[in-house]
Design a protein. Structure first.
Length: 255
């Protein structure tokens, strides 16, 4: 995450609780939450009580486990509605889904991470295990490279300065100079590849969606099991680039 000197500790802690429970199917008990997040039990209880009052958390009376609350459904629906361009991009992306049947991801950049804002499920036997709302480092994904390559230099520097360049697999690019060289190649080709940089066994091809200024607002990616080697499918890559261009034109881009 980008550094923010005005951050409020209690809000950060509340956010960490929500993030923690996001990955806990069935929820978790107070004592375990406090222990795992290194929080004083009374502090954790106060934060959880406030979140519960706001409808952001709820407790199962039988198991005493806390889990994400119903209010988040409302927030999520409103957030997706406010990102009105996502539904537009999804309509264009369906052309790719109908033709190739592979999983389609639509992502945006938030801080120094990519956020998956929509997913179109493919009809393949082997499915891609991702979920809407999932976040991952911009430096570990084709979607991150696709968007960064078409952002102003100053913003790219800001994002990369805040990026840890962590290694998720043996193929992750952890050297900044090498990553910036990869971005230059993406600008030249108009699309980015993920060669198992975020997860072994999974690859993808990604293209940026541009606004009227030629700046990336989102990306469309086709994800697939690496064994399929779809990156060598010129027709698929050409179709992806074509759909991205058509989608970008709907947002006023005519570069």
């Amino acid at each position: 995450m980008m550094e923010n000197k005005a951050r409020i500790q209690s809000l950060d802690r509340a956010g960490s609780i929500l993030e923690y429970l996001l990955n806990k199917k069935g929820g978790e008990r107070l004592a375990v939450i406090a222990k795992d997040l290194h929080l004083n039990k009374s502090t954790a209880f106060g934060l959880i009580s406030s979140l519960e009052t706001l409808g952001l958390l709820m407790q199962d009376a039988m198991t005493e486990r806390y889990q994400l609350g119903p209010k988040l459904i409302q927030y999520g629906a409103a957030a997706k509605e406010n990102l009105n361009y996502v539904s537009v991009i999804s309509r264009f992306a369906h052309k790719l889904l109908d033709k190739y049947g592979e999983t389609i991801h639509i992502s945006i950049i938030s801080g120094c991470e990519c956020v998956l804002v929509d997913k179109l499920e493919g009809n393949q036997v082997v499915t891609i295990s991702t979920r809407v709302g999932e976040r991952f480092p911009v430096t570990c994904a084709a979607s991150g490279k696709a968007m960064l390559a078409f952002l102003p230099d100053e913003r790219v520097r800001e994002i990369l300065d805040a990026s840890p360049f962590e290694s998720l697999t043996e193929n992750t690019i952890t050297d900044r100079a090498a990553f910036e060289k990869a971005l230059a190649e993406v600008r030249e080709k108009g699309y980015a590849l993920d060669n198992e940089e975020g997860q072994l066994g999974r690859s993808c091809v990604s293209v940026p969606i541009l606004n009227e200024l030629g700046e990336a607002v989102a990306s469309i990616s086709i994800s697939y099991p690496t064994a399929k080697e779809l990156k060598s499918n010129k027709e698929l890559v050409d179709d992806l680039v074509s759909v991205a261009r058509e989608t970008s034109e709907s947002f006023g881009y005519y570069g």
